[in-house]
Design a protein around this ligand. Structure first.
Ligand code: DAH
Length: 393
């Protein structure tokens, strides 16, 4: 800042000093003598001051962008040392009339400040809520992510159905190993080593051997379960005379080197065995007729036994069914292998073939599922394609 000598001194020492405009507004001794004037002056002064104060408060509150800012701003007006509080404190020095007028003005100002404060509070709260809603905004135009209800695989459904129907006819349900010994898969079932009947099944062998040095296999059928279950049963009721009948089914996975529209390297079978002192082929026919009519939910279905060969049964038969209606009407469909349990097999159960007699059967749940649901390619069941599987809910 530049300084020029005499610039300030001129008024003091030369020309008469200009009256200070602020001084004119200020109360002087003379003015104080006139009470009316003085009251008017105070009212007018306080109006101006208070208007200014209210205006300041409005600006201050508007400048507060957070609730904390706003509380600080409030303190500057309404707090202990706030501007309004100070004005109220100053009332003490005034005469009763002055106090009344001034007090009323201050209160009016206070109300305006408080109203402004509340309005700003509400505005901040609204803004906060709006920001929050925006942050959590849902885009309702997005397609929803639904949680689909799963369903049982058609083959599992079929297995459950088989178990339920045979269960209702008094059959137990047994489960067994998928990696088998050579004896269980073949020899015990009257299918000796090097016998050509073994070639009926192209078998997967496992790179492991049993206690006798023979390769283990992935069971090519569920028939070993006849042997396992019957041996355990015979052992369990060894002291009982006669032994309770064996009535069991054994559903499960089986494996063969085979793959086309009706064969898969992994497929399912359900073995059955009914053995007692007086079980005949007639019982097999009754059981099967009942089962298939139940399974396909129709009595309009015929059954026939076609002579066949299996090493473990004698005589043996393939079981065919034919529907009396529908797209497959009159067509014989092979659904199971069966027969009277061979005496050598009964012996391998640990039982006397002269005393115990019965029948066994083996059927393919995959085939039954294909017939029930009208599926023409077995591989569809095992490819895991949801477009196919989701139809079975
Ligand atoms: N195990 C035979 C197969 O895999 C099916 C079978 C036929 C099972 C006759 C039996 C039976 O129990 O008696 O082809």
């Amino acid at each position: 800042m530049s300084w020029m000598p005499g610039a300030f001194g001129a008024g003091r020492h030369g020309k008469p000093r200009k009256a200070d405009p602020r001084k004119r507004k200020r109360p002087t001794g003379k003015l104080l003598k006139a009470d009316v004037c003085s009251a008017f002056f105070y009212v007018s002064k306080s109006m101006n001051d208070l208007d200014q104060l209210v205006q300041d408060a409005h600006a201050d509150f508007a400048g507060a962008v957070t609730p904390a800012d706003l509380e600080n701003a409030k303190a500057r007006y309404l707090g202990k040392a706030g501007r309004l509080t100070e004005l109220l404190k100053a009332l003490g020095a005034l005469s009763p009339e002055q106090k009344k007028a001034r007090g009323a003005s201050i209160n009016a100002a206070k109300q305006q400040v408080e109203a402004a404060l509340n309005a700003r509070r509400q505005a901040l709260a609204d803004a906060e809520l709006e920001a929050q809603l925006k942050a959590e905004a849902l885009d309702v135009t997005l397609p929803g992510r639904s949680r689909d209800v799963g369903g049982l695989h058609p083959v599992s459904r079929t297995m459950e159905r088989i178990e339920q129907i045979f269960g209702s006819m008094g059959f137990d349900v047994a489960d067994g190993p998928e990696i088998e010994t050579d004896w269980m898969s073949f020899t015990a079932l009257n299918n000796p080593e090097n016998h050509p009947a073994r070639s009926m099944q192209d078998t997967f062998y496992v790179d492991m051997k049993d206690g006798e040095g023979r390769w283990l296999n992935l069971r090519p059928h569920t028939s070993p379960m006849q042997v396992r279950y019957a041996r355990a049963h015979a052992k369990k009721y060894a002291g009982m005379n006669p032994m309770p009948e064996i009535r069991v089914i054994a559903p499960g996975r089986t494996y063969r080197v085979d793959s086309d529209a009706t064969h898969s390297p992994m497929f399912h079978q359900c073995e059955g065995l009914w053995l007692g002192e007086n079980v005949s082929f007639k019982d097999l026919k009754v059981i099967f007729t009942d089962f298939f009519r139940n399974f396909f939910e129709t009595d309009d279905l015929d059954l026939r036994f076609r002579p066949s060969f299996f090493p473990f049964t004698e005589p043996s038969a393939e079981v065919d069914i034919a529907f009396g209606h529908g797209p497959l009407k009159g067509k014989w469909l092979e659904v199971a292998g069966s027969g009277q349990v061979h005496p050598n097999v009964v012996r391998n159960f640990g039982l006397d073939p002269e005393r115990y007699i019965g029948f066994a059967f083996g059927m393919g749940p995959d085939r039954l599922a294909m017939l029930r649901y009208g599926v023409n390619d077995l591989r569809l069941f095992f490819e895991g394609d949801l477009r196919f599987l989701s139809q079975f809910k």
